[in-house]
Design a protein around this ligand. Structure first.
Ligand code: GTR
Length: 905
C-alpha cells in the first residue's frame, strides 16, 4: 500500500502530539487533493498528527476520515466493509458526512461535493478545535452556479482606444500576473463556496490566441503572450482544484486594434453590419480559444457594438456557436462546453429560441436590478424578461451588476441580500448567481479607500462575498438564526459584543441607497453615481435627463416619483404605493439607526480597529447622505408645489431645506476628502449623473460641493428676481441657435425650416405644430418616414468645419420611433457627445410625439451619420463650438405642470 505524506514540515512539527488522524482519499483528483490538504491543515493547526493515504490502511485503529466521490472505484474500495446508504445523495455538488465508530466518512455526489463536505468539516474543526466524535450531516447548494466577476478593465480608456478595449499585459494589469493574489482570491471564493469565476473584457482573444490566417491580430508582445498562457494555465488549474470553473466574457463585435488598423476599419462600431471578414475572424478566434482552453467557458454579450437584433441572432448562431463547434472538432471533443448568453442589449429570448436547436448546452444571464441594487421586490418588464429566460429550459443566472448606487461605501446587509436571493428564485426563476465586486469594479483589485498601501477590494468587502455566497448556497436560512450567525461573525472579527451593533449598522445603512435610487434616480445604470447626490433640477425634472425606460417599473415596488406625487398632492388625489415622502422619512430613520448601531458597537471593538473606524466613517457618510438627500427632496417638493400654486411662499419655504442639504453635503465632504479616492471607479464620459465624469473629473464629493453651492445661490437669486419683479412668471430665454453651412450629400434630400406648418417627412403629412424659439433659424433634412422605419437613416454630408448636428428623438416608447442614444446598453453612445438630451420638449409635430434634441459633433470632412431603424428627425447644423445650455423648452402635449427646473439655472 502506498503511503503519502502531506505538509512534511508541519507533520514533523506535530510528531510530538499524540492524537493521530488518517485521511484517506484519491489524491490523483485535484479537488480531493485540495480537500485533503485543507483537512490536514486544520488538524495540524489543532495539534493532530496527520497521515494521508489513498487506501484505508490495514488493521487501522486510528481516527480516520475517508473522503470520496459516490460510485468511484476509490470510494467503493475504501468503504467496502460498510453498507453506506447514499441513495438520497443525488444533488449536484451535494455531500453527506457520517461517523461510524472511529471513522468519519465524507461522500460527495461529485468531486465538488466531496470538496464541500471536507470544507464543511474543516469549518467545524476550526470553530470547535476538535475533530468531532460523531457528525452526521447532508447538504447541497440551492443555486447551481455561484460566480464572481473580475473586470480586466480600467477606470479610464487606454490611449487611442475606446470602451472595453484592454489587452492583457503586465503594463495594463500588473496584478493579473500576481499568483499570490490569485490564490488569495480563489481561496476566498472556495471558502464562500463560489464555483465560477468570470473574467470580463471586450476582446480577450487577441491577448490569448494566435490565428494562422490573421497573425497580425495579436495585440500583445510574444513575451506577454507567453506570460498570458502561463497565468491562464495557473489560474484555471488552481481554480479547478477549488471546484471553480473559469469563464471568459467578451463583447461583440469587437476586433483587436492591430486587426482594425490592418484593414482600415474601426475596432467597434454599433451601426456596422456583419461582414464576412468580421465573422471569419471572430469565428476563428473563438475556435482557437476553445481548442486551447477547452475547460474555460464563454460568456457572450451580443452587443454593445452590434447593429440589429437580427444581427444578434445571426452572430450567435452563425459565428459564435460554429466557432465553438469548430474548436471542439479540431480537438476531437464531443462534449459541448456551456455557452452563456447575456440578456444585455439584445432580445435574449429570441436568440435562445433560434440557438437551442443548434446547441444544447446554453445558459442565460440577466441583470438582477439593472446595474444597481434597488429591491428584493423586482417586477415589471425586466422581471418578465427574467421569467421568459428562465422558462426557456436552461439554467438562468442572475447578474448582480456593477452596483452603481452602492459605490463606494461598505455594503453588507445580510437581510437585504438574503431577500434578494429569494427573489431571484421566486420572482425571476433564476437558479444561479453572477456577482460583481461591491465597489471599484473598474479599478479591481483595489478598493476606493484612500489608504497606503491600497486596500484589496476582496478583503474590504469580505461580508459582501460571504453574504451572497451563503444565500446562493441556501436562501432559506431562518432569519433568527441568521441574526446570531452574522453577529457572531462580526464579533469574531472586531471583538466580543460588537456584532449586534455592527449588524444593525450594516442592515439599516443597507436600505438607504436601494430605496433612494429606486424612488428618485434617473437610471440604475452606471451613468448615474447615486452617492455623489443629485441636482435639484434632476429631482424636479428627471425626464430631461432621460429616465431609463423600464427602470421605475422594474426596480422597486409600486410607487410614485416626485412629479406624480406633487401633482397628486396639489390635486388632492390619493397616493399609491411607496411615496417620496415616505422614503425620505425612512432613509433618515435608517441613517439614524445605523449610527446608533455603530456607536453601540464601538466600545467592544478591540480587533481590526482601523478597519472598524473606516466602516464607522462609512456609516456616518450614509447618514449624512440620507439627510442631504432628504432635505433636497423636501426643497424639490416645495418647488414642484410652486409650479402649481405660483405662490412664492412655497419657494421661501424650500430655501432653508436646500441650505440644509448643502450643509450636510459639506459634512460629507469633510468625511470623504481624506478617506476616499473616488466615489465611482468608471471615470469616463459614460458618467452623466449627477454631472459628467469626463477625464476622471467630478468623482469626489469635494468636486461636487461647489456645484451644489452654486445651485443654491442661483436658486436664491431666482427667488429674489421673482420677488423684485413682483411677477411670478419669469420666462428664461435661451440663445437662438444659428445655422452653419453643411453640404448634404444624400440624393434627393430636401430641407425644411423649423417653422410651424412645415412637413418633416417626404411621405407623411405630419407638420410642425410648435417649435422652441431657439431652434427657429435652423433647417432640417427631410427623410422618408417609411424608409426610416424599414431601413433606418443615413445622413451623408460634408463639412469644412467642426459642426454639431441636431437630431430630434421622439419622446415616447412607441415601437415606430428610434430609441435615443442609450448608455445603459451602448457604451459608445457618447462618442460624439450625443448621450444627453440638450433641449427637452423642443418641438411638437402633429400626430406624433414631443421631440427632444440631442447633438452629434463631427470634425471637418465627409461623414455618414448612421441611425438605426425608426422615426427620428435631423433638424439642422450648428457650429461645433456652440454650447447648448441643457434645458427644457416645455413644448409638450402632456398636461403635467410646466417645467420648473429653470429656477436652478
Ligand atoms: C453598460 C455599462 C457598462 C457595462 C455594460 C454591460 O450599461 O455602462 O459598464 O457594464 O452595461 O452590461 O456589459
Amino acid at each position: 500500500m502506498k503511503y503519502l505524506s502531506l505538509c512534511f514540515l508541519l507533520l514533523i512539527l506535530s510528531c510530538a502530539k499524540t492524537k493521530h488522524v488518517v485521511i484517506v482519499g484519491d489524491l490523483e483528483l485535484p479537488r480531493l487533493a485540495f480537500a485533503i490538504d485543507k483537512l490536514s491543515g486544520v488538524l495540524l493547526e489543532n495539534n493532530y498528527h496527520v497521515t494521508v493515504s489513498d487506501r484505508l490502511p490495514e488493521n487501522n485503529t486510528d481516527r480516520t476520515i475517508i473522503i470520496g466521490e459516490k460510485g468511484s472505484e476509490n470510494w467503493n474500495l475504501n468503504t467496502s466493509d460498510l453498507n453506506i446508504d447514499d441513495s438520497s445523495l443525488t444533488e449536484k455538488e451535494g455531500f453527506q458526512i457520517m461517523s461510524f465508530g472511529q471513522v468519519t466518512y465524507i461522500e460527495g455526489t461529485d468531486a465538488s461535493g466531496v470538496l464541500y463536505g471536507a470544507l464543511d468539516l474543516v469549518d467545524h474543526i476550526s470553530e470547535t478545535k476538535v475533530l468531532p466524535d460523531s457528525i452526521n450531516k447532508k447538504d447541497a447548494p440551492e443555486m447551481v452556479l455561484r460566480g464572481t466577476v473580475i473586470g480586466i478593465q480600467k477606470p479610464e480608456y487606454l490611449p487611442g482606444r475606446t470602451v472595453y478595449e484592454y489587452p492583457y499585459t503586465p503594463e495594463n494589469f500588473p496584478w493579473f500576473y500576481d499568483k499570490d493574489l490569485w490564490i488569495e482570491y480563489l481561496d476566498m471564493m472556495v471558502d464562500n463556496r463560489y464555483n465560477s469565476l468570470y473574467l470580463w473584457n471586450g476582446h480577450p482573444f487577441a491577448s490569448l490566441v494566435k490565428l494562422e490566417d490573421y497573425p497580425f491580430a495579436v495585440e500583445v508582445s510574444d513575451e506577454d503572450f507567453k506570460k498570458n498562457e502561463e497565468i491562464f494555465k495557473f489560474v484555471t488549474e488552481e481554480a479547478n482544484k477549488r471546484g471553480i470553473w473559469v469563464i471568459q466574457m467578451f463583447y461583440n463585435i469587437l476586433v483587436s486594434k492591430p486587426f482594425a488598423e490592418h484593414y482600415g476599419i474601426k475596432t467597434q462600431e454599433r451601426s456596422r453590419p456583419i461582414t464576412p471578414l468580421l465573422a471569419d475572424y471572430t469565428r476563428k478566434s473563438i475556435a482557437a480559444f476553445i481548442e486551447k482552453y477547452p475547460n474555460v467557458g464563454l460568456l457572450t454579450t451580443l452587443g454593445e457594438a452590434m447593429n440589429t437584433i437580427d444581427d444578434d441572432v445571426e452572430w450567435f448562431t452563425k459565428v459564435i456557436i460554429p466557432g465553438v463547434q469548430d474548436g471542439l472538432q479540431s480537438i476531437g471533443e464531443t462534449n459541448e462546453p456551456p455557452i452563456i448568453l447575456r440578456g444585455h442589449d439584445t432580445d435574449a429570448p429570441l436568440v435562445m429560441e433560434r440557438a437551442l436547436p443548434l446547441y444544447k448546452n446554453l445558459y442565460t444571464m440577466n441583470k438582477y436590478n439593472g446595474e444597481s441594487l434597488t429591491t428584493y421586490e423586482p417586477r415589471g418588464p425586466w422581471a418578465e424578461t427574467h421569467r421568459k429566460l428562465s422558462e426557456a429550459g436552461s439554467t438562468h443566472i442572475s447578474n448582480v451588476h456593477i452596483l452603481a448606487n452602492l459605490e463606494p461605501f461598505r455594503y453588507g446587509s445580510p437581510d437585504f441580500i438574503q431577500k434578494s436571493v429569494k427573489a431571484m428564485h421566486s420572482i425571476h426563476g433564476a437558479n444561479a448567481l453572477h456577482l460583481f465586486p461591491q465597489t471599484s469594479y473598474w479599478d479591481w483589485p483595489y478598493a476606493p479607500d484612500n489608504t497606503e498601501p491600497r486596500l484589496l477590494e476582496m478583503q474590504r468587502d469580505w461580508i459582501w462575498y460571504k453574504a451572497w455566497g451563503r444565500y446562493a448556497w441556501n436562501s432559506q436560512h431562518d432569519r433568527t438564526e441568521e441574526i446570531s450567525f452574522w453577529q457572531d461573525q462580526l464579533s469574531q472579527k472586531y471583538g466580543v459584543g460588537s456584532g449586534e451593533g455592527i449588524l444593525k449598522a450594516y442592515e439599516e445603512a443597507g436600505e438607504i441607497a436601494p430605496k433612494t435610487l429606486r424612488r428618485f434616480g434617473i437610471t440604475e445604470g452606471n451613468r448615474q453615481t447615486l452617492l455623489l447626490g443629485m441636482f435639484a433640477s434632476q429631482l424636479v425634472n428627471p425626464y430631461k435627463y432621460r429616465v431609463y425606460p423600464g427602470f421605475y417599473e422594474s426596480c422597486g415596488p409600486v410607487g410614485e416619483i416626485l412629479l406624480e406625487y406633487a401633482k397628486k398632492e396639489w390635486e388632492g388625489e390619493p397616493h399609491v404605493g411607496e411615496t417620496p415622502l415616505q422614503i425620505i422619512n425612512e432613509i433618515v430613520n435608517h441613517g439614524k439607526a445605523a449610527v446608533e448601531g455603530i456607536e453601540q458597537a464601538t466600545p467592544y471593538v478591540i480587533q481590526d480597529v482601523t478597519e472598524f473606524n473606516r466602516l464607522k466613517n462609512d456609516i456616518y457618510c450614509y447618514n449624512l447622505f440620507a439627510n442631504f438627500f432628504s432635505e433636497k427632496v423636501k426643497a424639490a417638493m416645495l418647488v414642484l408645489r410652486y409650479s402649481y400654486s405660483n405662490n412664492i411662499e412655497d419657494l421661501d419655504q424650500a430655501l432653508p431645506h436646500l441650505e440644509k442639504s448643502v450643509a450636510y453635503y459639506q459634512e460629507l465632504v469633510n468625511r470623504t476628502k481624506d478617506t476616499y479616492l473616488y466615489a465611482n471607479s468608471m471615470q469616463t464620459e459614460l458618467r452623466r449623473i449627477p454631472i459628467r465624469g469626463n477625464d476622471g473629473k467630478n468623482k469626489t464629493w469635494e468636486e461636487l460641493l461647489p456645484h451644489y453651492q452654486k445651485e443654491l445661490e442661483v436658486f436664491k437669486h431666482n427667488i429674489e428676481m421673482l420677488k423684485s419683479d413682483n411677477n411670478d412668471e419669469i420666462i428664461k430665454t435661451f440663445k437662438t441657435l444659428e445655422p452653419v453651412e453643411v453640404l448634404v450629400l444624400n440624393k434627393e434630400a430636401s430641407r425644411f425650416s423649423l417653422k410651424k406648418g412645415q412637413k418633416v417627412y417626404s411621405d407623411n403629412e405630419a407638420e410642425i405644430d410648435e417649435v422652441a424659439k431657439e431652434l427657429r433659424h435652423l433647417t432640417g433634412v427631410q427623410f422618408s418616414d417609411k424608409e426610416q422605419q424599414e431601413n433606418g437613416t443615413v445622413l451623408h454630408f460634408k463639412t469644412d468645419k467642426v459642426v454639431k448636428i441636431l437630431v430630434g428623438y421622439f419622446n415616447t416608447n412607441s415601437f415606430t420611433v428610434l430609441a435615443p442614444p442609450t448608455l445603459e446598453t451602448n457604451a459608445q453612445a457618447n462618442n460624439r457627445g450625443q448621450a444627453d438630451i440638450k433641449i427637452a420638449n423642443a418641438m411638437l409635430v402633429s400626430g406624433l410625439y414631443p421631440v427632444n434634441i440631442y447633438s452629434y459633433r463631427y470634425e471637418p470632412g465627409e461623414h455618414k451619420l448612421v441611425l438605426g431603424k425608426g422615426r427620428v428627425l435631423v433638424l439642422g447644423f450648428i457650429d461645433g463650438q456652440e454650447k447648448i445650455v441643457i434645458h427644457d423648452a416645455g413644448i409638450t402635449n402632456k398636461e403635467e405642470g410646466k417645467a420648473i427646473d429653470w429656477l436652478f439655472y
